[in-house]
Design a protein around this ligand. Structure first.
Ligand SMILES: *[C@@H]1O[C@H](CO)[C@@H](O)[C@H](O)[C@H]1NC(C)=O
Ligand SMILES: *[C@@H]1O[C@H](CO)[C@@H](O)[C@H](O)[C@H]1NC(C)=O
Ligand SMILES: *[C@@H]1O[C@H](CO)[C@@H](O)[C@H](O)[C@H]1NC(C)=O
Length: 412
């Protein structure tokens, strides 16, 4: 009896382990978020093509479809902070900025939906949003119900202007309200990043039941230093956080910078590869109407998107580091018996001026399938002929601040 009870409990736990029960985000969400490129630009006179507005969102929606991004999987269009009026209306409802959204949010969301895209919105569990617009802390039920009536498909809930250590409970109230609307809405939580800043230990097990994705760490900025800082953080914490990623619940290292100002071509490839290793949400944030073809090609790389969207949903790890060279691996499909296939990124932090020659036996980075692997270059650069055994070396030349990204498919 005890055993049976235990078994029932165990099965129940396995089924529900770490999962927000809304059936969404079974692979990391892909889409576009306005913040990194457009920030809180509200001056539409001086910056008519960049201000957070109805016109901008419609332009992005068109570009996501016309540029092939939606077809590649980028389906959510998320408007970040600065879409609101500074005050609620006299009935207490949030309202979109009336000069920048003259047709109203409902009309805009209908337009986004008409393009086959899904719509995401931003709010904040606190007195105000980070940019000073009204927060939802005292109006959770009213605001969430209104968003659901508008037809949102995704919500990012930030954590500014909140004094206290009880973030989790607040975000759980939002979760409950989202569920009660009956509308499937992806729920992105920022509270772990705020708890991290307070050195308050996040309860990750509960987090994974509360949210579909969550920000762990600082906001990304448009620089290589920001990317490497985030990667260092994820490597440092990997033992504690990687296991909480899986279908329906993801660690979020923040938006893709690709197409903007701060990353070189090689560094852009690093971000795309490592975000795939991390099973990270792929949220672009760049001017898709002016993007260079080589940046677009990185964002649309089907083999890398496939790694990112691998159905097993196992987050990858940094498994080797020496003299500025790091190796990161992620277990992916297909499996061969007990053996996984792997995505393998060899990434260089070095800035000295040669392509570094780097060689490592597969078994040193955990690739132990006795029947070996075939290797495919995910950026299509090298032809990796033959079968690689665990004792074989993976030998690459890596560009300064660049990456070599391959998939090793296990043979059966
Ligand atoms: C609400 O929660 C229940 C129970 O966990 C779940 O079955 C249902 O799908 C959820 N609904 C939505 C819209 O998230
Ligand atoms: C919200 O603002 C009020 C008034 O300034 C303050 O008393 C309260 O503590 C704030 N609430 C939070 C959660 O920070
Ligand atoms: C394989 O790599 C190791 C370094 O990890 C190196 O010592 C060895 O010489 C390499 N072997 C070949 C055949 O390249």
């Amino acid at each position: 009896m005890r055993r049976l009870l235990f078994l029932t409990f165990y099965l129940h736990w396995v089924e529900n382990s770490y999962s927000l029960n809304n059936g969404l985000a079974l692979t990391p969400p892909m889409g576009f978020m306005t913040w990194q490129r457009y920030r809180c630009t509200i001056d539409c006179e001086d910056f008519p093509d960049e201000c957070i507005s109805d016109k901008l969102i419609r332009k992005i929606a068109d570009a996501m479809v016309d540029g092939g991004y939606l077809r590649a999987g980028y389906e959510y269009l998320v408007i970040d902070d600065c879409w609101l009026e500074k005050e609620r209306n006299n009935l207490g409802y949030l309202q979109e900025d009336r000069s920048r959204f003259p047709h109203g949010m409902v009309s805009l969301i209908e337009y986004v939906h008409s393009k086959g895209l899904k719509f995401g919105i931003y709010e904040n569990y606190g007195n105000k949003t980070c940019a000073g617009y009204p927060g939802i802390i005292d109006n959770v039920k009213r605001d969430i119900n209104m968003f659901a009536e508008w037809g949102i498909d995704y919500i990012k809930v930030d954590g500014c202007y909140y004094n206290g250590y009880n973030y989790q409970k607040g975000y759980e109230d939002v979760k409950t309200r989202l569920n009660l609307t009956g509308r499937p809405i992806v729920y992105s939580c920022s509270y772990p990043a705020y708890e991290d800043e307070l050195s308050y230990p996040t309860d990750f097990e509960t987090l994974a039941e509360n949210c579909n994705l969550w920000r762990n760490f600082e906001d990304i900025d448009d620089s290589w230093g920001s990317v490497t800082g985030i990667l260092d953080y994820f490597a440092l914490k990997q033992e504690h956080i990687a296991k909480y990623a899986g279908p329906g619940h993801w660690n979020d290292p923040d938006m893709l910078l690709i197409g903007n100002y701060g990353l070189s071509y090689d560094q852009s490839k690093v971000q795309m590869a490592l975000w795939a290793i991390l099973a990270a949400p792929l949220l672009m944030s760049t001017d898709l109407t002016a993007i260079r073809p080589e940046h677009k090609e990185i964002l649309l790389n089907p083999a890398i998107i496939k790694v990112n969207q691998d159905p097993l949903g196992i987050q990858g790890l940094r498994v080797f580091r020496n003299k500025g060279i790091e190796v990161w691996t992620r277990k992916v499909m297909p499996t061969a018996g007990d053996e996984y296939s792997y995505a393998v990124a060899v990434y260089s932090r070095r800035t000295d001026g040669m392509r570094v020659l780097f060689s490592i036996p597969l078994q040193r980075i955990g690739l132990n399938n006795p029947r070996g692997y075939v290797i495919q270059d995910l950026y299509g650069l090298e032809d990796w002929a033959g079968v690689y055994l665990p004792t074989s070396n993976l030998t690459v030349r890596v560009n300064p601040t660049g990456v070599v990204f391959v998939k090793a498919t296990a043979l059966s």
